[in-house]
Design a protein around this ligand. Structure first.
Ligand code: GLU
Length: 399
């Protein structure tokens, strides 16, 4: 029997995470001594604020090193409920929340707890690389709706209606979006409020929203949909805590119960120390959020300006997150200084890594090409260096 035949057939058919593949590729090249500027990993470059780290150290010293309840420490669930009430206007108590090992596990639990073979999940593209793969791993079918630049990379009510069938179980929404940074307004969300399907609202970039725009989440905009909506968030992006692995969600109790049952047979409660750190993040001083938002907005302006000055590339100004999603259509069909013909956006990403030591992720991995995703979570000097290197690379392309 071949190794592939011994695998679960859904896993055998799944693609590995494209973001992690690039992160691994960067690590491998760095091991050979190459100096790579990485705009590939979508994570803040800041250190976790000191008061949060101190809370974790205190938790260790206080002996909070044992299992917690599967759905999370009560104190953290209370802090999460308070966050959802105060910041998002959701009418929830701590029992309406769940804490998982990262936002990814919230999503995985919810989909694995509800999907059966052949069910459909609507995933607007460009999408975060893991949505369709998680759907497929659950034996269901991702229904991809392509949302191009003409709609600001956003799903329209007409496109949504056309995609819904009797098999549709979920719609996945993500605003601000990974990989485009697109932000849905309150009115746009209201028009997507479909009464018959479950909705996963991935709000992980909530606080990274620019130009004074206000963040909205579907369950707040349409409270009558709260009984069908899983609102998901976490501390990773807001408090620079990606490695701590704490995500959380709120939704109908039947769904949270099912997610808890699944998690209880899998990872159990999230890391106890990280949960204590997350309590400090949610209940302590919040000035870090404002600071990082300001810094990211400046970096966005720099990255978007430099990419738009690069011949053959163009980029909308994203309203949030820390990604610029730039078209590289003008580079396709050209040849690199090392003699590589650029047929696809993946070729462009590989050439940027190999020939100018800048790591990015190709748009097709997010369901829309030819684009390149730039995660501009780097200081401005490094960012300027990366954009300058890309510009010099592009200037040396041959027709
Ligand atoms: N969310 C980040 C990204 O898109 C982290 C990597 C991942 O989990 O995909 O780069």
């Amino acid at each position: 029997m071949s190794h592939a035949a011994m695998l679960n057939r859904h896993l055998a058919a799944a693609k590995p995470s494209a973001t992690y593949r690039m992160i691994d590729r960067v690590a491998a090249r760095r091991e050979t001594g190459a100096k790579i500027i990485s705009l590939s990993a979508g994570e803040p470059d800041f250190d976790t604020p000191a008061h949060i780290c101190d809370a974790a150290v205190s938790a260790i010293r206080a002996g909070h090193t044992r299992y917690t309840q599967v759905a999370g420490l009560r104190a953290l669930r209370e802090a999460v409920a308070t966050k959802f009430r105060n910041e998002n206007g959701l009418d929830v108590s701590w029992q309406d929340t769940i804490v998982c090992s990262g936002g990814k596990q919230v999503i995985f639990n919810a989909l694995a707890a509800t999907l059966n073979e052949g069910d459909e999940v609507i995933v607007p593209a460009p999408y975060w690389v893991s949505y369709p793969e998680i759907v497929s791993l659950c034996g269901a079918v991702p229904i991809i709706i392509s949302c191009g630049e003409d709609t600001g990379f956003k799903l329209t009510p007409a496109a949504l209606e056309a995609a819904i069938t009797s098999k549709t179980r979920w719609l996945i929404l993500n605003s601000p979006s990974n990989p485009t940074g697109a932000v849905y307004s309150r009115d746009e969300l209201a028009l997507l409020a479909h009464p018959h399907v479950l909705i996963l609202s991935d709000d992980i970039y909530e606080h990274l929203i620019f130009d004074g725009s206000e963040f909205h989440t579907l369950a707040q905009v349409e409270p009558r949909l709260a009984s069908r909506t899983l609102t998901m968030n976490g501390v990773s992006k807001a408090y620079a805590m990606t490695g701590w692995r704490i995500g959380f969600g709120t939704g109908p109790r039947w769904l949270l119960d099912a997610m808890e049952k699944l998690q209880g047979q899998q990872t159990s409660g999230a890391c106890s120390i990280a949960q204590h750190a997350a309590i400090a993040a949610l209940t302590g001083p919040q000035s870090f959020i404002e600071m990082s938002r300001g810094v990211f907005q400046q970096r966005r302006d720099l990255a978007v300006r430099m990419l738009n000055e690069t011949p053959g590339m163009h980029c909308n100004t994203p309203g949030g997150a820390f990604y610029a999603f730039a078209s590289c259509a003008g580079l396709i069909g050209r040849t690199t200084p090392a003699g590589k013909f650029l047929e696809t956006d993946e070729d462009v990403a590989i050439a940027l890594l190999e020939e100018c030591n800048v790591a990015v992720v190709h748009g097709s991995a997010f369901g829309l090409g030819p684009y390149i995703r730039f995660a501009y979570a780097l200081d401005t000097d490094t960012l300027q260096g990366a954009c300058g290197a890309i510009r010099r690379f592009v200037d040396r392309l041959k027709n």
